[in-house]
Design a protein around this ligand. Structure first.
Ligand SMILES: NC(=O)c1ccc[n+]([C@@H]2O[C@H](COP(=O)([O-])OP(=O)(O)OC[C@H]3O[C@@H](n4cnc5c(N)ncnc54)[C@H](OP(=O)(O)O)[C@@H]3O)[C@@H](O)[C@H]2O)c1
Length: 191
């Protein structure tokens, strides 16, 4: 069965965004998890989808212009992700959203559709976020691997990645690696 891999950039105190609604400590939203070669589909929540669509559409259409979350021109790694993502099916979990501008986007209305997606032939699937979706899919036992990039910062106020998790989960460490800028990459297998 295809693996569902959740990957997030968080602060040391487990925040995935600050009180203003974005993780302003993240300098680029590129695939720093090394996922591109092994995935051929993305899953994301309806909460983050509008911002995701806006961010990557802007990079795809105007790669020289500063983008709204980081306030800088996209990095070459972000442009690489935008091009890859535009050709990769995106499954957005939402009971309310009905229209999408991002290419190859489909809406899924319940977790059973994610189970079916995992059973289809293909490469692994990237669970892009956000917090509530990641927590509910881990609670449902659908996430096989968790990749975190931990930034050297205590964010204080903000939204915690696992604030809505209901069940305790044991994790098995697969890889720990120090990255540039004091960041730490952690890869866990979810048992
Ligand atoms: N730091 C990072 O690496 C990172 C990565 C990704 C995203 N983010 C941030 O995450 C934030 C969004 O996170 P969020 O927790 O607010 O929202 P979210 O997880 O993106 O979306 C939550 C929504 O997804 C749908 N959903 C989730 N679980 C479902 C289920 N089991 N069944 C049916 N629908 C389900 C519901 O949509 P409906 O209400 O439409 O039904 C729910 O309201 C954004 O601000 C984004 O910037 C950060």
């Amino acid at each position: 069965m295809r693996k569902l891999i959740a990957a997030m950039k968080i602060s040391v105190d487990g925040k995935m965004e600050g009180p203003e609604g974005s993780a302003d400590w993240v300098e680029a939203w590129s695939d720093d998890y090394g996922l591109m070669p092994q995935i051929d589909a993305c899953v994301l929540g309806g909460g983050m989808y509008p911002g995701y669509e806006q961010y990557w559409t802007s990079i795809l259409k105007e790669p020289d212009k500063p983008v709204w979350i980081t306030g800088s021109a996209p990095t070459s790694a972000e442009i690489e992700w935008a091009r890859f993502a535009a050709q990769t099916p995106h499954y957005v979990l939402s009971s309310t959203l009905t229209s999408a501008l991002w290419p190859m986007t489909r809406f899924v209305r319940g977790l059973e559709e994610i189970t079916v997606l995992k059973q289809k032939p293909g490469k692994d699937i990237y669970l892009v976020g956000g917090a509530r979706t990641t927590s509910s899919l881990i609670d449902a036992g659908l996430v096989d691997e968790l990749r975190l990039i931990v930034y050297p910062l205590i964010a204080g106020q903000g939204k915690a990645l696992f604030a809505t998790m209901e069940h305790r989960r044991g994790l098995e460490v697969r890889k720990v690696q120090q990255l540039q800028g004091g960041r730490v990459s952690l890869i866990y297998i979810i048992g």
